[in-house]
Design a protein around this ligand. Sequence first.
Ligand code: UGA
Length: 434
Amino acid sequence: MKIAVVGTGYVGLVTGTCFAETGNTVTCVDIDQEKVKKLQNGKITIYEPGLEQLFERNLKQGRLAFTTNLKEGIEGAQIIFLALPTPPGEDGSADLKYILKVADDLGPLLKDFTVIVDKSTVPVGTADKVRERVAKGAKVEFDVVSNPEFLREGVAVEDFMKPDRVVIGTNSARGRKVMEQLYQPFVRQGNPIIFMDERSAELTKYAANAFLATKISFMNEIANLCESVGADVDSVRKGVGTDSRIGKRFLFPGIGYGGSCFPKDVQALAKSSSDVQYDFKILKAVMDVNADQKTRLIPRVKEYFNNNLKGKTIAVWGLSFKPHTDDIREAPALYNIDLLLEAGATVKVHDPEGMENVKKLVGSKIQYCETPYEAAEGADAVFIATEWPEFRTPDFEKLSSLLKAKVIFDGRNLYDLSVMKELGYAYYSIGREV
Ligand code: UGA
Protein backbone atom coordinates (compact mmCIF):
# COMPACT_ATOMS: atom_id res chain seq x y z
CA MET A 1 0.00 0.00 0.00
CA LYS A 2 1.04 3.59 -0.37
CA ILE A 3 0.98 5.43 2.92
CA ALA A 4 1.68 8.97 4.10
CA VAL A 5 2.54 9.82 7.69
CA VAL A 6 2.23 13.46 8.69
CA GLY A 7 4.49 14.28 11.63
CA THR A 8 7.88 12.67 12.24
CA GLY A 9 8.06 12.66 16.03
CA TYR A 10 8.44 9.45 18.01
CA VAL A 11 5.12 8.00 16.93
CA GLY A 12 5.28 9.21 13.32
CA LEU A 13 8.80 8.02 12.64
CA VAL A 14 8.26 4.61 14.23
CA THR A 15 4.91 4.20 12.46
CA GLY A 16 6.34 5.19 9.07
CA THR A 17 9.43 3.02 9.40
CA CYS A 18 7.56 -0.04 10.63
CA PHE A 19 4.94 0.16 7.89
CA ALA A 20 7.76 0.42 5.33
CA GLU A 21 9.34 -2.64 6.92
CA THR A 22 6.25 -4.73 6.03
CA GLY A 23 6.55 -3.76 2.37
CA ASN A 24 4.45 -0.61 2.14
CA THR A 25 5.73 2.53 0.45
CA VAL A 26 5.76 5.30 3.01
CA THR A 27 6.32 9.03 2.72
CA CYS A 28 6.68 10.98 5.94
CA VAL A 29 5.83 14.67 5.95
CA ASP A 30 7.06 17.27 8.43
CA ILE A 31 7.18 21.06 8.41
CA ASP A 32 10.58 21.07 10.14
CA GLN A 33 12.98 21.51 7.21
CA GLU A 34 16.11 20.75 9.16
CA LYS A 35 14.66 17.53 10.51
CA VAL A 36 13.49 16.41 7.09
CA LYS A 37 16.87 17.17 5.55
CA LYS A 38 18.58 15.02 8.18
CA LEU A 39 16.14 12.17 7.65
CA GLN A 40 16.52 12.37 3.87
CA ASN A 41 20.27 12.11 4.36
CA GLY A 42 19.87 8.96 6.39
CA LYS A 43 20.41 10.53 9.81
CA ILE A 44 17.91 9.38 12.36
CA THR A 45 16.54 12.14 14.61
CA ILE A 46 15.57 10.17 17.71
CA TYR A 47 17.24 7.49 19.78
CA GLU A 48 15.12 4.38 19.77
CA PRO A 49 16.65 0.90 20.02
CA GLY A 50 16.37 -1.06 16.77
CA LEU A 51 14.85 1.80 14.79
CA GLU A 52 18.00 3.02 13.07
CA GLN A 53 18.61 -0.28 11.36
CA LEU A 54 15.06 -0.49 9.98
CA PHE A 55 15.16 3.18 9.02
CA GLU A 56 18.41 2.81 7.06
CA ARG A 57 17.30 -0.35 5.32
CA ASN A 58 13.93 0.97 4.20
CA LEU A 59 15.40 4.29 3.12
CA LYS A 60 18.00 2.50 1.03
CA GLN A 61 15.41 0.23 -0.55
CA GLY A 62 13.26 3.19 -1.49
CA ARG A 63 10.26 2.27 0.64
CA LEU A 64 10.71 5.21 3.00
CA ALA A 65 10.93 8.87 1.97
CA PHE A 66 10.68 12.26 3.64
CA THR A 67 9.38 15.62 2.49
CA THR A 68 8.23 18.98 3.82
CA ASN A 69 5.65 19.22 1.06
CA LEU A 70 2.24 17.88 2.11
CA LYS A 71 0.91 17.73 -1.46
CA GLU A 72 3.90 15.76 -2.66
CA GLY A 73 3.89 13.55 0.44
CA ILE A 74 0.30 12.39 0.13
CA GLU A 75 0.39 11.88 -3.66
CA GLY A 76 -1.22 8.51 -4.35
CA ALA A 77 -1.51 7.58 -0.67
CA GLN A 78 -4.46 5.32 0.19
CA ILE A 79 -3.96 5.97 3.88
CA ILE A 80 -2.78 9.16 5.58
CA PHE A 81 -1.71 8.94 9.21
CA LEU A 82 -1.80 12.05 11.37
CA ALA A 83 0.93 11.68 13.99
CA LEU A 84 1.14 15.28 15.09
CA PRO A 85 1.83 16.75 18.51
CA THR A 86 -1.07 17.48 20.85
CA PRO A 87 0.65 19.61 23.51
CA PRO A 88 -1.27 20.59 26.61
CA GLY A 89 -2.92 24.00 26.30
CA GLU A 90 -2.93 26.42 29.22
CA ASP A 91 -5.97 24.73 30.75
CA GLY A 92 -4.50 21.21 30.42
CA SER A 93 -6.64 20.19 27.45
CA ALA A 94 -4.93 18.74 24.38
CA ASP A 95 -4.26 21.48 21.83
CA LEU A 96 -5.48 20.29 18.43
CA LYS A 97 -4.14 23.17 16.35
CA TYR A 98 -1.55 21.12 14.47
CA ILE A 99 -3.97 18.32 13.64
CA LEU A 100 -6.78 20.63 12.56
CA LYS A 101 -4.44 22.73 10.43
CA VAL A 102 -3.34 19.64 8.51
CA ALA A 103 -7.00 18.53 8.23
CA ASP A 104 -7.77 21.93 6.64
CA ASP A 105 -4.87 21.59 4.23
CA LEU A 106 -5.65 17.99 3.31
CA GLY A 107 -9.21 18.48 2.01
CA PRO A 108 -8.41 20.18 -1.31
CA LEU A 109 -5.40 17.90 -1.90
CA LEU A 110 -7.30 14.58 -1.88
CA LYS A 111 -7.72 13.09 -5.36
CA ASP A 112 -9.26 9.72 -4.61
CA PHE A 113 -10.93 7.87 -1.75
CA THR A 114 -8.51 8.10 1.18
CA VAL A 115 -8.51 6.84 4.74
CA ILE A 116 -7.32 9.53 7.14
CA VAL A 117 -6.13 8.07 10.44
CA ASP A 118 -5.77 9.86 13.77
CA LYS A 119 -2.68 8.22 15.27
CA SER A 120 -1.95 10.93 17.84
CA THR A 121 -3.54 10.75 21.27
CA VAL A 122 -6.56 12.98 20.80
CA PRO A 123 -9.62 13.78 22.91
CA VAL A 124 -12.95 12.13 22.26
CA GLY A 125 -14.67 13.83 19.35
CA THR A 126 -11.50 14.70 17.43
CA ALA A 127 -12.30 12.32 14.55
CA ASP A 128 -15.55 14.26 14.05
CA LYS A 129 -13.66 17.56 14.04
CA VAL A 130 -11.08 16.26 11.57
CA ARG A 131 -13.87 14.94 9.35
CA GLU A 132 -15.61 18.32 9.37
CA ARG A 133 -12.41 20.20 8.51
CA VAL A 134 -11.38 17.84 5.71
CA ALA A 135 -14.92 17.86 4.29
CA LYS A 136 -14.81 21.63 3.87
CA GLY A 137 -12.23 21.38 1.10
CA ALA A 138 -12.63 17.80 -0.17
CA LYS A 139 -14.13 16.93 -3.54
CA VAL A 140 -13.72 13.17 -3.13
CA GLU A 141 -14.92 10.65 -0.53
CA PHE A 142 -12.78 9.92 2.52
CA ASP A 143 -12.97 8.18 5.89
CA VAL A 144 -11.59 9.34 9.21
CA VAL A 145 -10.48 6.49 11.45
CA SER A 146 -9.16 6.55 15.00
CA ASN A 147 -6.17 4.24 15.51
CA PRO A 148 -4.47 5.14 18.78
CA GLU A 149 -0.88 4.03 19.28
CA PHE A 150 0.19 2.14 22.40
CA LEU A 151 3.95 1.90 21.83
CA ARG A 152 6.35 2.67 24.65
CA GLU A 153 9.48 4.72 24.09
CA GLY A 154 12.57 2.56 24.38
CA VAL A 155 10.77 -0.53 23.07
CA ALA A 156 8.80 1.26 20.38
CA VAL A 157 9.81 -0.95 17.45
CA GLU A 158 9.03 -4.14 19.33
CA ASP A 159 5.69 -2.74 20.54
CA PHE A 160 4.78 -1.60 17.04
CA MET A 161 5.80 -4.80 15.28
CA LYS A 162 4.15 -7.06 17.86
CA PRO A 163 1.36 -5.09 19.50
CA ASP A 164 -0.71 -6.63 22.31
CA ARG A 165 -3.66 -5.37 20.29
CA VAL A 166 -4.53 -2.92 17.56
CA VAL A 167 -7.48 -0.63 18.24
CA ILE A 168 -9.37 0.68 15.24
CA GLY A 169 -12.25 3.10 15.66
CA THR A 170 -14.49 3.38 12.62
CA ASN A 171 -18.08 2.82 11.60
CA SER A 172 -17.15 2.60 7.93
CA ALA A 173 -16.85 -0.83 6.33
CA ARG A 174 -14.47 0.57 3.72
CA GLY A 175 -12.17 2.11 6.31
CA ARG A 176 -12.25 -1.07 8.36
CA LYS A 177 -11.21 -3.22 5.40
CA VAL A 178 -8.22 -1.04 4.51
CA MET A 179 -7.00 -0.91 8.11
CA GLU A 180 -7.45 -4.65 8.60
CA GLN A 181 -5.35 -5.35 5.54
CA LEU A 182 -2.63 -2.93 6.64
CA TYR A 183 -2.31 -4.44 10.11
CA GLN A 184 -2.48 -8.13 9.16
CA PRO A 185 1.33 -8.62 9.20
CA PHE A 186 1.49 -7.23 12.74
CA VAL A 187 -1.07 -9.56 14.32
CA ARG A 188 -0.03 -12.84 12.75
CA GLN A 189 0.64 -14.37 16.17
CA GLY A 190 -3.04 -14.04 16.94
CA ASN A 191 -3.18 -10.80 18.86
CA PRO A 192 -6.47 -9.08 18.11
CA ILE A 193 -7.46 -6.11 16.01
CA ILE A 194 -10.27 -4.66 18.07
CA PHE A 195 -12.82 -2.70 16.07
CA MET A 196 -15.05 -0.15 17.72
CA ASP A 197 -16.57 3.25 17.07
CA GLU A 198 -14.27 6.27 16.85
CA ARG A 199 -15.16 7.81 20.20
CA SER A 200 -14.54 4.57 22.07
CA ALA A 201 -11.17 4.18 20.35
CA GLU A 202 -10.19 7.72 21.29
CA LEU A 203 -11.18 7.12 24.91
CA THR A 204 -9.46 3.72 25.01
CA LYS A 205 -6.09 5.39 24.59
CA TYR A 206 -6.64 7.83 27.45
CA ALA A 207 -8.15 5.11 29.64
CA ALA A 208 -5.11 2.87 29.12
CA ASN A 209 -2.56 5.56 29.93
CA ALA A 210 -4.54 6.93 32.86
CA PHE A 211 -5.02 3.45 34.27
CA LEU A 212 -1.28 2.72 34.07
CA ALA A 213 -0.47 6.07 35.68
CA THR A 214 -2.97 5.23 38.42
CA LYS A 215 -1.40 1.81 38.94
CA ILE A 216 2.04 3.39 39.38
CA SER A 217 0.76 6.12 41.69
CA PHE A 218 -1.15 3.60 43.78
CA MET A 219 2.03 1.58 44.24
CA ASN A 220 3.98 4.73 45.03
CA GLU A 221 1.53 5.48 47.82
CA ILE A 222 1.82 1.92 49.13
CA ALA A 223 5.61 2.40 49.07
CA ASN A 224 5.33 5.62 51.05
CA LEU A 225 3.10 3.87 53.55
CA CYS A 226 5.62 1.01 53.80
CA GLU A 227 8.18 3.51 55.05
CA SER A 228 5.83 4.66 57.81
CA VAL A 229 4.75 1.22 58.99
CA GLY A 230 8.07 -0.59 58.57
CA ALA A 231 7.03 -2.84 55.65
CA ASP A 232 9.05 -3.62 52.51
CA VAL A 233 7.48 -2.56 49.22
CA ASP A 234 9.42 -5.16 47.24
CA SER A 235 7.69 -7.91 49.16
CA VAL A 236 4.31 -6.20 48.99
CA ARG A 237 4.74 -5.68 45.24
CA LYS A 238 5.48 -9.36 44.67
CA GLY A 239 2.66 -10.34 47.00
CA VAL A 240 0.04 -8.36 45.12
CA GLY A 241 1.48 -8.59 41.60
CA THR A 242 1.22 -12.39 41.50
CA ASP A 243 -2.55 -12.04 41.66
CA SER A 244 -3.30 -12.45 37.96
CA ARG A 245 -6.11 -9.91 38.24
CA ILE A 246 -3.53 -7.29 39.25
CA GLY A 247 -0.50 -8.40 37.22
CA LYS A 248 3.21 -7.97 37.86
CA ARG A 249 3.90 -5.12 35.47
CA PHE A 250 3.80 -1.40 36.23
CA LEU A 251 3.97 -1.94 39.97
CA PHE A 252 7.47 -0.58 40.45
CA PRO A 253 7.55 2.33 42.88
CA GLY A 254 9.98 5.16 42.42
CA ILE A 255 10.23 8.91 42.05
CA GLY A 256 7.14 9.14 39.89
CA TYR A 257 6.21 8.75 36.27
CA GLY A 258 7.34 11.22 33.61
CA GLY A 259 7.57 11.38 29.84
CA SER A 260 5.53 13.01 27.16
CA CYS A 261 2.48 10.81 27.61
CA PHE A 262 1.30 9.96 31.13
CA PRO A 263 1.49 13.49 32.61
CA LYS A 264 -0.12 15.07 29.53
CA ASP A 265 -2.78 12.41 29.03
CA VAL A 266 -3.90 12.22 32.66
CA GLN A 267 -4.25 15.99 32.67
CA ALA A 268 -6.11 16.04 29.36
CA LEU A 269 -8.52 13.29 30.45
CA ALA A 270 -9.25 15.17 33.68
CA LYS A 271 -9.90 18.32 31.66
CA SER A 272 -12.15 16.68 29.08
CA SER A 273 -14.09 15.03 31.93
CA SER A 274 -14.66 18.36 33.65
CA ASP A 275 -15.68 19.84 30.29
CA VAL A 276 -18.64 17.45 30.30
CA GLN A 277 -19.30 18.13 34.01
CA TYR A 278 -17.84 14.82 35.13
CA ASP A 279 -15.61 15.09 38.16
CA PHE A 280 -12.99 12.35 37.59
CA LYS A 281 -11.77 12.27 41.19
CA ILE A 282 -9.16 9.51 40.88
CA LEU A 283 -7.25 11.42 38.21
CA LYS A 284 -6.85 14.44 40.47
CA ALA A 285 -5.36 12.19 43.14
CA VAL A 286 -3.04 10.57 40.60
CA MET A 287 -1.68 13.95 39.50
CA ASP A 288 -1.31 15.05 43.09
CA VAL A 289 0.52 11.90 44.18
CA ASN A 290 2.89 12.07 41.23
CA ALA A 291 3.73 15.73 41.80
CA ASP A 292 4.81 14.90 45.37
CA GLN A 293 6.48 11.63 44.48
CA LYS A 294 8.93 13.16 42.02
CA THR A 295 10.81 14.94 44.78
CA ARG A 296 10.13 12.39 47.52
CA LEU A 297 13.85 11.88 48.23
CA ILE A 298 14.80 15.53 48.54
CA PRO A 299 13.81 15.86 52.22
CA ARG A 300 15.93 12.74 52.85
CA VAL A 301 18.91 14.35 51.14
CA LYS A 302 18.48 17.57 53.11
CA GLU A 303 18.07 15.72 56.38
CA TYR A 304 21.19 13.68 55.72
CA PHE A 305 23.25 16.82 55.17
CA ASN A 306 21.71 18.66 58.15
CA ASN A 307 19.79 21.00 55.88
CA ASN A 308 22.96 22.40 54.43
CA LEU A 309 23.82 21.41 50.89
CA LYS A 310 26.17 24.32 50.29
CA GLY A 311 29.57 22.97 49.36
CA LYS A 312 28.14 19.48 48.79
CA THR A 313 28.38 17.74 45.43
CA ILE A 314 25.67 15.34 44.30
CA ALA A 315 26.23 12.92 41.42
CA VAL A 316 22.94 12.42 39.61
CA TRP A 317 22.79 9.14 37.68
CA GLY A 318 20.14 9.20 34.98
CA LEU A 319 18.38 12.13 33.32
CA SER A 320 15.95 10.65 30.81
CA PHE A 321 12.44 9.97 32.11
CA LYS A 322 13.10 6.26 31.79
CA PRO A 323 15.89 4.03 30.43
CA HIS A 324 16.57 3.41 26.72
CA THR A 325 15.47 6.84 25.60
CA ASP A 326 17.01 10.29 25.30
CA ASP A 327 13.62 11.83 26.09
CA ILE A 328 13.79 14.14 29.10
CA ARG A 329 10.25 15.53 28.92
CA GLU A 330 8.78 15.68 32.45
CA ALA A 331 11.76 13.67 33.67
CA PRO A 332 11.78 13.42 37.49
CA ALA A 333 15.59 13.93 37.36
CA LEU A 334 15.12 17.53 36.25
CA TYR A 335 12.82 18.42 39.16
CA ASN A 336 15.34 16.97 41.59
CA ILE A 337 18.29 18.72 39.98
CA ASP A 338 16.45 22.05 40.27
CA LEU A 339 15.85 21.51 43.98
CA LEU A 340 19.42 20.37 44.62
CA LEU A 341 20.78 23.47 42.88
CA GLU A 342 18.31 25.68 44.73
CA ALA A 343 19.58 24.24 48.01
CA GLY A 344 23.13 25.21 47.03
CA ALA A 345 24.54 21.85 45.95
CA THR A 346 26.91 21.32 43.04
CA VAL A 347 25.42 18.80 40.62
CA LYS A 348 27.37 16.44 38.36
CA VAL A 349 25.34 14.28 36.01
CA HIS A 350 25.67 11.26 33.78
CA ASP A 351 23.12 9.72 31.42
CA PRO A 352 23.91 7.35 28.55
CA GLU A 353 21.59 9.15 26.09
CA GLY A 354 19.91 12.15 27.66
CA MET A 355 22.79 14.59 28.24
CA GLU A 356 22.58 16.48 24.95
CA ASN A 357 18.92 17.29 25.53
CA VAL A 358 19.59 18.40 29.11
CA LYS A 359 22.49 20.59 27.97
CA LYS A 360 20.08 22.47 25.68
CA LEU A 361 17.66 23.01 28.54
CA VAL A 362 19.80 23.43 31.66
CA GLY A 363 23.11 24.58 30.21
CA SER A 364 26.22 25.00 32.33
CA LYS A 365 24.51 25.10 35.73
CA ILE A 366 25.48 21.45 36.11
CA GLN A 367 28.52 19.41 35.11
CA TYR A 368 28.15 16.73 32.43
CA CYS A 369 30.22 13.58 32.86
CA GLU A 370 31.06 10.84 30.37
CA THR A 371 30.67 8.02 32.87
CA PRO A 372 28.80 7.45 36.13
CA TYR A 373 32.16 7.15 37.86
CA GLU A 374 33.34 10.51 36.60
CA ALA A 375 30.17 12.02 38.07
CA ALA A 376 30.80 10.27 41.37
CA GLU A 377 34.42 11.43 41.65
CA GLY A 378 34.70 13.65 44.71
CA ALA A 379 30.90 13.70 45.21
CA ASP A 380 29.26 13.57 48.63
CA ALA A 381 26.47 11.29 47.42
CA VAL A 382 24.95 9.55 44.39
CA PHE A 383 21.34 10.28 43.48
CA ILE A 384 19.75 7.73 41.10
CA ALA A 385 16.91 9.14 39.01
CA THR A 386 16.66 6.65 36.10
CA GLU A 387 17.10 2.89 36.12
CA TRP A 388 19.53 2.53 33.20
CA PRO A 389 20.80 -1.09 33.20
CA GLU A 390 24.42 0.04 33.56
CA PHE A 391 23.62 1.50 36.99
CA ARG A 392 22.29 -1.81 38.26
CA THR A 393 25.59 -3.51 38.96
CA PRO A 394 28.24 -0.83 39.31
CA ASP A 395 31.75 -1.58 40.47
CA PHE A 396 31.02 -0.69 44.09
CA GLU A 397 34.67 -0.90 45.08
CA LYS A 398 35.57 1.69 42.48
CA LEU A 399 32.53 3.81 43.35
CA SER A 400 33.37 3.76 47.06
CA SER A 401 36.92 4.88 46.34
CA LEU A 402 35.69 7.81 44.24
CA LEU A 403 32.97 9.12 46.56
CA LYS A 404 33.77 11.29 49.58
CA ALA A 405 31.37 9.18 51.61
CA LYS A 406 29.34 6.07 50.85
CA VAL A 407 25.89 7.59 50.40
CA ILE A 408 23.25 6.70 47.80
CA PHE A 409 19.78 8.13 47.36
CA ASP A 410 18.06 5.71 45.02
CA GLY A 411 14.84 6.86 43.36
CA ARG A 412 14.49 3.57 41.45
CA ASN A 413 15.20 0.89 44.08
CA LEU A 414 18.08 -0.66 42.16
CA TYR A 415 20.03 -2.34 44.93
CA ASP A 416 19.53 -5.02 47.54
CA LEU A 417 19.27 -3.62 51.03
CA SER A 418 21.45 -6.40 52.44
CA VAL A 419 24.17 -5.80 49.83
CA MET A 420 24.21 -2.08 50.58
CA LYS A 421 24.45 -2.79 54.29
CA GLU A 422 27.34 -5.17 53.73
CA LEU A 423 29.14 -2.58 51.60
CA GLY A 424 28.68 -0.01 54.35
CA TYR A 425 26.51 2.41 52.39
CA ALA A 426 24.04 4.87 53.81
CA TYR A 427 21.29 3.87 51.38
CA TYR A 428 17.93 5.57 50.95
CA SER A 429 15.35 4.20 48.53
CA ILE A 430 11.58 4.21 48.09
CA GLY A 431 9.30 2.18 50.35
CA ARG A 432 12.04 0.16 51.97
CA GLU A 433 13.85 0.09 55.25
CA VAL A 434 16.35 2.90 55.74
C1 UGA B 1 3.33 5.21 27.75
C2 UGA B 1 2.49 3.92 27.63
O1 UGA B 1 3.10 2.86 28.39
C3 UGA B 1 2.36 3.50 26.18
O2 UGA B 1 1.51 2.35 26.08
C4 UGA B 1 1.77 4.65 25.38
O3 UGA B 1 1.66 4.35 24.02
C5 UGA B 1 2.66 5.89 25.53
O4 UGA B 1 2.76 6.23 26.94
C6 UGA B 1 2.04 7.02 24.76
O5 UGA B 1 0.95 7.46 25.14
O6 UGA B 1 2.56 7.38 23.70
P1 UGA B 1 5.98 5.75 27.71
O7 UGA B 1 5.59 7.10 28.18
O8 UGA B 1 6.91 5.61 26.56
O9 UGA B 1 4.65 4.90 27.29
O10 UGA B 1 6.67 5.01 28.91
P2 UGA B 1 6.31 3.91 30.01
O11 UGA B 1 7.22 2.77 29.85
O12 UGA B 1 4.87 3.61 30.03
O13 UGA B 1 6.72 4.68 31.34
C7 UGA B 1 6.05 5.86 31.74
C8 UGA B 1 6.56 6.32 33.09
O14 UGA B 1 6.12 5.46 34.12
C9 UGA B 1 8.08 6.38 33.22
O15 UGA B 1 8.43 7.59 33.83
C10 UGA B 1 8.41 5.20 34.10
O16 UGA B 1 9.58 5.40 34.85
C11 UGA B 1 7.20 5.14 34.99
N1 UGA B 1 6.97 3.80 35.56
C12 UGA B 1 6.64 2.75 34.77
C13 UGA B 1 7.08 3.64 36.94
O17 UGA B 1 7.37 4.58 37.70
N2 UGA B 1 6.85 2.39 37.47
C14 UGA B 1 6.50 1.33 36.70
O18 UGA B 1 6.29 0.22 37.27
C15 UGA B 1 6.40 1.51 35.32
